[in-house]
Write a protein that binds this ligand. Structure first.
Ligand code: WT7
Length: 678
């Protein structure tokens, strides 16, 4: 087989044989795959393979022979203040503990050891601001700022175990803030900048955060949105927040509350720049990251130090085949999501990489800004989401074509299933047919990449995340009896603990057990995704099986959106569903009934309700479609049948309606929805 060229076609195994569609799985991808009985695969290009860290598939067998020894070996890539005594304590599943007795510090591993080894002058981030500003931040500079901010936090009475909230745009200070917390053992709780201040408040409340680090204003598409004022309006209700540290991100002023608020630049100007990293227990909490589950209350995913860092370092190194001396790596996500935690901050810094950090989005100031940046910094690795790739496809190949992208040698995808068409476009137009593509499947909960090609080893099939990484065990099981399926569709599970796994849901131990470890027992982690195994044993992740929807890689729960809609005074009831969308993967479609109304409240009210969701959760959660309904389809016990609403929204024949209290409701809705479509 030749260099990076398509192999013989083979059966993708993606077609559904049994027709036992797991509810809600009629994704575009599933359909596209069903139509494609033959799909090509691509071998690693010879040149890539020759230089790859791993090019021999024996790593899989080696890991399988002794998984614990394998993980020990990966943990050795970190610098431990004290070596562990026990690799894995599995005496109380599902509460697993890793590297027990070991002590280390995340910020020491990300910064000090590189500086001590004489690599302090290496650029950690080529930062590019929305207005074209450039800042090269070195490891030594980060090291210095992190120590100062850690001292500021200490001066404000923050110590190991205290939660610190972070609500920042994509500026280098977000990294400083996270690592300053890690340095003193204060778990950080980062809230994505796209979330509303209300969501910030809620997350600070749930975690009883003692401090919050934020900005006066955030730049977005040429404007500077006030952040501190709206935060002030709400944070007074969260008594645990005793300190707010404000970064002066624009020249504007901000209201400051005496005794509580301090300016970052003033605070670090007058503080000692030495703050030794505290060696912490391997199981010391490193961060909490709230993510959506099946109910309206977000889940506080808790990650600890030793295992998480081991997984982040290992996967960054081998999935992206990183060469710190020559690579310029760019993960174009936001630090506010887990992708940013693991693949903008911890993974790259642990590996001593030089990264690109871009403040803005993909379309401002121009639709080729990414390609300009990739060319400018000679990015060698690009990691992004299918939704971005689909947008670029729409904007046309001419835009990337205007730039020299020949520095790129590896491309990654994450966040949702990538449709083969987008995969092939990415490979051809962005990767010049010379870059392997790694489609990486993982979750906030898993901490790091779990299923992915290894770029120097795997022959990749467009649309498949291929195989669990060495050390990881995944299966597809029958949804009825939990028995492993050799070929076909079922539920994705992880059957062996891994170092980076979440340890619990913050302050919700029962929910942790129920959500992930009830269905198939305490030793089988229920992912919440459906997947298909093809005849070669390769994994095709299809989508969520719960009430979680994925809009442009943003994870949301329908319950969360419904609860935001219902909090509008005019709304009586709401039902939100995920609808297939060619741009965003899925889009939110919500049906509402109004308080005391027998007719539509008019476009104005619908707009108001949409904006209301924006204020409650964040702009990205606003329903793309909001449909007024006189009534919603309910069972006799009053449960809303979302399955039927999904049928309507997808234009499918409506399923069984015999259990409905009032079958006529469906007729009205079908008519109504048909009308909306027109
Ligand atoms: C859910 C996790 C992984 C970091 C960003 C999202 C979906 C993620 C893939 C992929 C198919 C994917 C899954 C998963 N997902 N990556 N490569 N192929 N689906 O993290 O917000 O925790 O969402 O995203 O449904 O369960 P998250």
């Amino acid at each position: 087989m030749t260099d990076g060229t398509a192999n013989e076609t083979r059966d993708s195994g993606a077609a559904s044989e049994d027709g036992s569609a797991i509810e809600g799985l009629e994704s575009d991808l599933a359909r596209e795959l069903e139509q494609q009985s033959e799909i090509e695969s691509f071998d690693p290009p010879e040149q890539f393979k020759a230089a790859a860290i791993w090019s021999d598939p024996s790593v899989y067998e080696e890991a399988e022979r002794d998984p614990l020894a394998w993980w020990e070996c990966q943990a050795e890539a970190l610098d431990w203040a004290q070596r562990w005594e026990t690799v894995l304590d599995d005496s109380n599943p599902p509460f697993y503990k890793w590297f027990l007795g070991g002590r280390l510090n995340a910020s020491y591993n990300c910064l000090d050891r590189h500086v001590e080894a004489g690599r302090g002058d290496r650029v950690a981030y080529h930062w590019r601001g929305e207005g074209g500003e450039e800042r090269d931040v070195t490891y030594a500079e980060l090291h210095c700022d992190v120590q100062k901010l850690a001292n500021v936090l200490k001066d404000r009475g923050i110590s190991a175990g205290d939660v610190v909230g972070i609500y920042l745009p994509m500026i280098p200070e977000v990294v400083v803030a996270m690592l300053a917390c890690a340095r003193i053992g204060a778990p950080h709780n980062v809230v994505f900048g796209g979330f509303s201040p209300e969501s910030v408040k809620e997350r600070m409340e749930f975690s009883e955060a003692k401090a919050l680090i934020t900005v006066n204003r955030a730049r977005r598409k040429g404007k500077a949105a006030p952040i501190k004022e709206p935060i002030d309006d709400l944070i007074g209700d969260v008594p645990s927040v005793e300190t707010i540290i404000v970064i002066r991100n624009t020249d504007d002023d901000a209201p400051m509350t005496e005794g509580r608020d301090i300016w970052y630049h003033e605070a670090i100007a007058s503080v000692d720049d030495e703050c030794p990293a505290e060696p912490l227990d391997a199981e010391h909490p490193l961060f909490i990251l709230y993510t959506s589950g099946s109910t309206a209350k977000p889940k506080g995913i808790l990650h600890t130090t030793g295992g998480y860092l081991t997984g982040a370092a290992y996967t960054t190194k081998h999935v992206f085949d990183v060469k710190p001396d020559s690579d310029t790596y760019w993960c174009a996500a936001d630090v506010g999501w887990v992708t940013g935690h693991s693949y903008i901050v911890y993974g790259p810094l642990l590996n001593g990489l030089t990264s690109v950090m871009w403040e803005g989005g993909p379309d401002y100031p121009s639709k080729d800004i990414w390609w300009e940046i990739a060319e400018r910094y000679k990015a060698t690795i690009l990691y992004t989401a299918p939704t971005a790739i689909r947008a670029f496809m729409k904007w046309g190949a001419d835009l990337p074509g205007k730039h020299d992208l020949s520095s790129l040698r590896l491309l990654g995808s994450v966040g949702e299933p990538i449709n083969p068409k987008a995969w092939l476009w990415y490979r051809k137009v962005i990767g010049g047919e010379r870059c392997p593509i790694v489609d990486t499947w993982w979750q906030t909960e898993t901490g790091h990449i779990m299923i992915s090609p290894l770029p120097g080893i795997t022959s990749t099939k467009p649309g498949s995340a291929m195989r669990p990484l060495p050390g990881i065990a995944a299966e597809v099981v029958d949804e009825r009896d939990g028995k492993p399926i050799e070929e076909g569709q079922g539920l994705l599970v992880l059957t062996r603990p891994w170092p980076g796994m979440l340890r619990t849901l913050y302050r919700e131990e029962e929910r942790f057990k129920e959500t992930y470890f009830e269905r198939f027992g305490s030793e089988t982690y229920l992912v919440g995704d459906a997947a298909r195994l093809d005849k070669d044993g390769d994994f095709w992740v299809i989508g969520r099986i719960d009430d979680v929807i994925n809009v442009s890689g943003h994870r949301m729960s329908t319950a969360e959106i419904e609860s935001a809609i219902v909090s509008h005074p005019r709304v009586a009831e709401a039902a939100a569903i995920g609808q297939n969308d060619e741009d965003t993967g899925q889009a939110v479609c919500a049906f509402v009934t109004l308080e005391g109304a027998t007719s539509d409240g008019g476009d104005e009210l619908m707009t108001e309700i949409r904006e209301h969701v924006g204020t409650r959760i964040g702009k990205f959660a606003r329903p793309k479609r909001l449909v007024w309904a006189a009534d919603l389809p309910k069972t006799r016990s009053g449960k809303i049948m979302r399955r039927l609403l999904r049928d309507i929204a997808e234009g499918r024949e409506v399923g069984d309606v015999t259990t409905l209290r009032d079958p006529d409701v469906m007729k009205d809705l079908e008519q109504k929805f048909g009308g909306e479509e027109a």
